[in-house]
Design a protein around this ligand. Structure first.
Ligand code: ADP
Length: 649
């Protein structure tokens, strides 16, 4: 009991006031023990009485009969037996005292055990109880009393139906019945709702037996495992959550892994392809005649120069490693500032397109066409510039020569045309000159008459002036034709130009008696060309057509000048005659220099005309007419459209 009080002092929350009540319960709870001890309490008296009774029977009944039978002596009087009787009674009392002492010691031991049991039951935080066979609580610890919501003392001798809700009580009592009926331990997990609070209990019950093994009640213990269950539930959820996340992450990793595998495979393939491509590229770069170079933007130096550098620059490629700017030092001094500026700009612009000259160590000059283009990384950043430096010396010289030839040919053509025009235009000049002479003579004749009023001469003299101006215009135009001037391109209305040219061919037309027919398209697009040169070409074609028709019968001579636009990019002039024409096999020969079938011909007109037309981006060709005669076609590119050279049909 002292220890139990100490325990109460140590943990007042657990034992007050229920603990105090449970101290009272010790006696009550030990009622089961007392039943058993009560059985033992008869034992010393009974044994002692039986001993005394047996001793007296022996002394007073059996011993006289046995002595008489054996020895034939009569039994001694009772007074003689008195000391023996007292001795038996005294020894019986002593025997009783001994047994009683022993019993009390055993009872105290048992009581101490009961107290320790109650103390133990009281100490534990689980619900602990002892019930009798009728389900009444003989012992209910503080934890159980708190569950029932009343002091422990009030729970004693109450059954579950008095302490708990009907559902809970029914289940508890049912379990008790099963324990008592089966005589075995029962363990179960229950969820009870008591006063609105739902808790989970793990209960264990077993039969409470007396010394003879008879079931006299039920002992049980119940642990509130609600928090544990909640923790377990949280743990289970956390584990499930973790499992889910692990599964999701694993799936993600698998997907990433597969993607990575694919990317690695693709990258390996790409690297192989790149290596092959680089190898092909290297072989190509090392065998082309152009100098292939790669400039690193960040490195600010040439990263690669192909071996053709040695052939083009005439310098060893190794020199570039020691003096990276050696290549630019070879650039002609006149071109060098421009080239340096272009190469500096290429770092920002990403491209380069320059023509320049270099002076090789042997003093020869080469023309270089240097082009660069940007190389992007996968983010689009320009990190390199690759380029080709091509030796275009041969082409450049050919171009120069061609340009000189063209200029010379144009000049020659103008000269030759002018010579021929001069004879034709002489007729034109004859007319105004003859008119001037006639008008002047008329004026003189009138002036010689005394009565002539000079004012009457005004109209005649005006005519003289007009004819003089006309002659001057003809001469001025002739000078324009023979002047050596570079071609200047202007927008031209071909229809108007044809009408102007016809004017210069009128005399020849009249002389040949040919009928002129103009079929000029209404909405002919303008072209960009040199008007003087195109006038010359058309005049050449008209003159050739008239000369060709002079070989045929006069009445069938018909000259048709037609304009059209066969496609949106082309304007076409066709000069069609009814002359003898030419064989299909000679169509191209007509344009060869010095090809002529005329006794006094030079054979330069058509070749010069073609050169002129092609220098303007056009084409000139001839076709025989199906019904005789020839057609000459002059095609020129339309202004504001593609300036690509036209293809001849
Ligand atoms: P030339 O007039 O001095 O002969 P061209 O180059 O003008 O030189 O002409 C070359 C040749 O092309 C002519 O000699 C002639 O044989 C031929 N030719 C030119 N125009 C015609 C034409 N309209 N019909 C037939 N043949 C022509």
């Amino acid at each position: 009991m002292a220890s139990l009080k100490n325990a109460s002092t140590r943990n007042p929350a657990q034992f007050s006031p229920a603990a105090t009540s449970n101290l009272d319960l010790v006696d009550r709870s030990s009622g089961f023990r007392l039943q058993r001890l009560r059985h033992y309490s008869f034992y010393p008296a009974t044994v002692s009485l039986l001993y005394v009774f047996g001793g007296l029977c022996w002394l007073l009944a059996v011993n006289p009969i046995l002595a008489n039978w054996l020895y034939g002596t009569p039994s001694s009087p009772l007074s003689d037996q008195l000391p023996n009787i007292l001795a038996i009674i005294a020894s019986g009392g002593l025997f009783y005292w001994l047994l009683r002492t022993h019993d009390k010691t055993a009872h105290r031991t048992k009581r101490a055990q009961d107290i320790r049991l109650v103390e133990f039951i009281e100490q534990i935080t689980d619900v602990a109880f002892v019930k009798d066979r009728q389900g009444r609580y003989a012992l209910f610890n503080s934890a159980g009393a708190r569950l029932a919501g009343r002091p422990a003392i009030e729970c004693v001798n109450q059954d579950d139906s008095a302490l708990f809700p009907a559902e809970v009580a029914h289940k508890l009592m049912e379990d008790d019945r099963r324990v008592i009926a089966g005589g075995t331990l029962l363990s179960c997990k229950d969820t009870f709702t008591i006063r609105g609070d739902t808790r989970v209990f793990l209960s264990t019950k077993w039969p409470y037996r007396d010394a003879d093994g008879n079931i006299i009640g039920v002992i049980g213990i119940a642990r509130d495992i609600t928090e544990q269950k909640q923790i377990e539930e949280r743990l289970r959820r956390a584990r499930d959550d973790l499992d889910t996340r692990v599964r999701e992450r694993t799936a993600e990793l698998l997907t990433i892994n597969r993607t990575l595998e694919r990317q690695i495979a693709a990258r390996v393939q790409a690297e192989i392809a790149l290596r092959e491509s680089e190898e092909r590229f290297r072989q190509m770069a090392e065998h082309i005649r152009e100098v292939f170079w790669v400039f690193g933007i960040e490195e600010e130096r040439l990263l690669y120069v192909s071996p053709a550098y040695e052939e083009v620059w005439g310098q060893p490629i190794a020199g570039l490693q020691e003096r990276p700017l050696e290549w630019i030092e070879a650039v002609h001094p006149d071109d060098r500032p421009r080239v340096q500026a272009a190469h500096l700009a290429k770092r920002k612009l990403g491209h380069l397109d320059e023509e320049y000259r270099i002076v090789r160590p042997d003093g020869t000059i080469r023309w270089i066409w240097d082009r660069g283009f940007p190389v992007h990384d996968e983010t689009g950043y320009v990190y390199r510039i690759a380029g080709l430096a091509e030796d275009i010396t041969v082409r450049k010289l050919a171009e120069d020569q061609l340009r000189r030839q063209q200029v010379e040919l144009a000049r020659m053509s103008r000269l030759s045309l002018a010579v021929e025009l001069a004879s034709n235009l002489a007729h034109e000049l004859n007319q105004p000159l003859a008119a001037i002479v006639a008008y002047t003579q008329a004026c003189l004749a009138l002036l010689r008459q005394p009565q002539t009023d000079p004012r009457e001469l005004t109209g005649t003299l005006d005519e003289v002036v007009n004819q003089g101006l006309r002659a001057g215009g003809i001469i001025r135009h002739l000078r324009e034709l023979v002047q050596k001037h570079p071609a200047t391109q202007t927008t031209l209305d071909l229809n108007a130009l044809i009408r102007a040219v016809i004017h210069y061919a009128e005399l020849e037309l009249r002389q040949s008696g040919a009928v002129l027919k103009l079929e000029l398209a209404d909405s002919l697009p303008t072209v960009l060309a040199d008007d003087i040169q195109i006038q010359l070409v058309i005049l050449y074609l008209l003159r050739n057509a008239i000369e060709a028709m002079n070989e045929t019968a006069k009445r069938s001579r018909k000259l048709t000048v037609r304009t059209s636009s066969p496609d949106p990019e082309t304007a076409l002039v066709t000069v069609c005659d009814t002359g003898p024409g030419f064989g299909a096999d000679t169509a191209e020969r007509l344009f060869q220099p010095f090809f002529t079938t005329k006794p006094s011909g030079i054979g330069l007109g058509l070749s010069v005309s073609r050169s002129i037309v092609e220098s303007q981006g056009g084409q000139l060709w001839a076709t025989p007419n199906p019904d005789g005669g020839a057609s000459f076609h002059l095609a020129l590119p339309v202004y504001l459209n593609s300036r690509a050279p036209l293809s001849r049909p």
